[in-house]
Design a protein around this ligand. Structure first.
Ligand SMILES: NC(=O)c1ccc[n+]([C@@H]2O[C@H](COP(=O)([O-])OP(=O)(O)OC[C@H]3O[C@@H](n4cnc5c(N)ncnc54)[C@H](OP(=O)(O)O)[C@@H]3O)[C@@H](O)[C@H]2O)c1
Length: 370
């Protein structure tokens, strides 16, 4: 298998509206050192989560996974790649792999900690970065893998793991004694995943009585139609919520103004304030000095490590697997996959996502080759 081009879609780290398509020297089998493997990136998903990787790229070191010279940066994505060439004795050309990839046609990796399921990229520049992002899975040995479900896997698995971990966190804390959980950017896939799980287990483990969605006016009807939430309220109408109802906020929007209004409205009736996302990446604001509890950052890879240490990795994975099937079955009923091919179309899909023009019932799957 050969990939004759090394095209890369790069964005200006200081101005995300600027992008370029770089044609770099292709990597060939002859360029590989002993033990290295060349991956041909095939398809990947693209959501607000990827924009957040870019918006927080310096603070959370997302640019360091697939480095380019400044000002350019390659946004990490979740997707599938094939082994195009291998100088590793146990990895074979043609093996299909799932994992964290650059928006590029090629990726050179140095597989280590190899087992039947997968490997870790031991490349020096990835040392010290969050370990979960350095792991690659062989699809041939992934019991959950199905070729015809690849789109849903790459779109939803990284996001719904976070929903699952948030659900676990809230259950362990008995939802901080709140009656209501309020989710901002409630139309995001990660928020919808959490809403589904909270609903699925309602009545158990101290789950809240009411799930409230905060969203943009244009997404209100869509969320009402889905039925994942008890209440759906536009951001502008936030103050119509009962300020005396003990509530927890789970913030996927990261919008400084919305968060401040939530804290001001509920004050001490806000029992906990979790910062999860920044889908409103250009309206971020400090969470400092707000009334009520101090907002706390929830970082899924860190929580996964803690939870795996406590329950054991396989127990945690089994619990996730049990929720995965009903969740995906539900989401498949309303989400349509949009496949996008070629650098021009990818650039347009990138800008649409950056500027919030992708409808929440769409899942984008991108391919750089024509
Ligand atoms: N902390 C963690 O470990 C972790 C893990 C996974 C995901 N996350 C975060 O969760 C957030 C949601 O990610 P996702 O991939 O699930 O999102 P998604 O499905 O792509 O979300 C789409 C929704 O986000 C809002 N949105 C997206 N782009 C926008 C823009 N430019 N301007 C205004 N609103 C915009 C809109 O919702 P509304 O109209 O409802 O606001 C839109 O319907 C991201 O910030 C992601 O990084 C965090």
């Amino acid at each position: 298998m050969t990939v004759s081009t090394n095209t890369s879609f790069a964005v200006d780290r200081d101005n995300l509206h600027e992008y370029t398509v770089l044609e770099r020297e292709p990597i060939s089998a002859e360029n590989l050192a002993e033990g290295e493997v060349l991956l041909a990136v095939d398809r990947f998903s693209f959501t607000a989560n990827n924009i957040t990787y870019a918006a927080l790229g310096d603070a959370f070191r997302y640019w360091d996974f697939f480095p380019l010279e400044r000002p350019w940066g390659q946004i990490p994505v979740w997707g599938f790649a094939d082994v195009a060439a291998s100088r590793h004795p146990e990895i074979t050309e043609g093996d299909r792999i799932y994992g964290y990839l650059p928006m590029a046609r090629q990726l050179r990796v140095q597989p280590g900690r190899l087992n039947r399921s997968g490997f870790t990229d031991m490349a020096e520049h990835r040392h010290g970065l969050s370990g979960i992002y350095n792991q690659y899975v062989f699809t041939a040995h992934d019991p959950a893998y199905r070729r015809d479900q690849e789109a849903f896997q790459m779109l939803l698995r990284p996001l719904l793991v976070t929903s699952f971990l948030l659900d676990d966190f809230l259950a362990r804390e008995h939802c901080f004694g709140a009656e209501q959980v309020i989710l901002t950017s409630a139309s995001s896939k990660t928020a919808l995943g959490l809403a589904f799980m909270l609903n699925h287990q309602r009545g158990q483990r101290g789950q809240p009585k009411v799930l409230t969605a905060l969203t943009s006016p244009g997404n209100v009807e869509f969320l009402r139609g889905l039925g994942y939430y008890d209440r759906v309220v536009a951001y502008d109408d936030l103050e119509t919520l009962d300020a005396n109802e003990p509530s927890v906020s789970v913030d996927f929007a990261g919008n400084g103004q919305v968060l401040a209004r939530l804290h001001e409205h509920f004050g001490d009736r806000l029992m906990f304030s979790s910062l999860v996302g920044a889908s409103h990446w250009d309206q971020r604001g400090g969470g400092k000095g707000l009334p009520g509890p101090k907002p706390e950052l929830f970082f899924a890879p860190k929580y996964w490590e803690q939870a795996a240490g406590e329950y054991g990795t396989s127990a945690l994975m089994q619990r996730f697997a049990a929720l995965w099937a009903p969740l995906v079955a539900s989401m498949q009923q309303w989400m349509s996959i949009r496949e996008v091919r070629g650098t021009d179309a990818v650039a347009q899909a990138y800008l649409d996502t950056l500027e919030g023009r992708v409808s929440p019932d769409q899942g984008l799957i991108l391919t750089l080759s024509d």
